[in-house]
Design a protein around this ligand. Structure first.
Ligand SMILES: Nc1ncnc2c1ncn2[C@@H]1O[C@H](COP(=O)(O)OP(=O)(O)OP(=O)(O)O)[C@@H](O)[C@H]1O
Length: 262
């Protein structure tokens, strides 16, 4: 049987009276790239926060390599988180630190390495992501694509077994998006990493995913290979992947408000 790297089992979550996750089930095999796709406000980022233990479910559980991170005590959460690298949408870089220092930050913060060992790890990641020439630059002086690569270098410093990406190609042009997509593929092939990627970007999803979980209204509506998703006759999936404005899909209220106020 395949080893499961990540599992969300019947996860429910409400904020006040608003139910966001309504029985989320996802299984990601070790070494697999799973893309979570779905309309705005459907709970994709909230799902990632459950998987990193930042949020605990009202019901159900999330597992990292078979161990529950939900409601775990802080030390247990910390130890499970050490298996995870997270790439936030913004890159979450610190503006007054150089690229080198941003990448070194987790190693310094968690006292994982110092001196030459720290330098070796940071330089290895910078080389891997083609960032050596930018190592002394501040984040404000580099492009969006480079910022994402710095975020990725930083996520890799702790040698995670799983990498979670929140919208890794948002705000990038198609060429830069493919640089990031190809890095995700390279990390899977060369480092054997398991990836979970939240995205709206259909071409990215098709390029990198082994399987796609289509999230809708707090549940996985369909899970399958890119080809299976494209061939799914489900009207909501067809509307989404073809970007049609007309159809059965319920839009996020905040999107509706934005349309009405325009
Ligand atoms: N801490 C919170 N408190 C209250 N509501 C929240 C909280 N976090 C998320 N939500 C709400 O949960 C819903 C789902 O949010 P989430 O960020 O997961 O959506 P998403 O699917 O990632 O959307 P998008 O694609 O637009 O990023 C949203 O309506 C959001 O406002």
């Amino acid at each position: 049987m395949d080893t499961l790297a990540i599992e969300m089992r019947n996860v429910h979550k409400a904020f006040g009276s608003r139910k966001i996750l309504k029985g989320m089930n996802i299984k990601v095999k070790k070494g697999e790239t799973m893309v979570i796709l779905g309309p705005s406000g459907t709970g994709k980022s909230v799902s990632l926060k459950h998987l990193t233990g930042l949020l605990d479910p009202d019901e159900g559980e999330c597992f990292i390599f078979g161990e529950s991170i939900s409601h775990a005590e802080p030390r247990k959460k910390e130890s499970l988180r050490s298996k995870l690298g997270v790439l936030f949408q913004s890159g979450a870089l610190i503006n007054w630190l150089t690229v080198y220092e941003n990448v070194a930050l987790p190693l310094r913060e968690h006292k994982i390495a110092e001196g030459k060992e720290l330098d070796d790890i940071v330089m290895e990641k910078l080389r891997w992501l083609d960032l050596v020439p930018a190592k002394d630059t501040l984040p404000g002086d580099i492009s969006g694509g480079m910022k994402k690569r710095v975020g990725l270098a930083r996520a890799l410093t702790s040698r995670p077994e799983i990498v979670m990406y929140d919208e890794p190609t948002s705000g990038l042009d198609p060429v830069m998006s493919n640089v990031i997509n190809d890095l995700v593929i390279r990390m899977q092939k060369e480092l054997g990493l398991t990836s979970i990627v939240v995205t709206h970007d259909m071409s990215s999803a098709y390029r990198i995913a082994d399987r796609i979980s289509f999230l809708y209204e707090g549940q996985v509506l369909y899970c399958g290979t890119p080809k299976e998703i494209q061939e799914s006759p489900h009207p909501v999936i067809q509307q989404f992947i073809n970007g049609r404005t007309e159809g059965p899909m319920i839009l996020d209220h905040s999107e509706l408000k934005a349309v009405k106020s325009n």
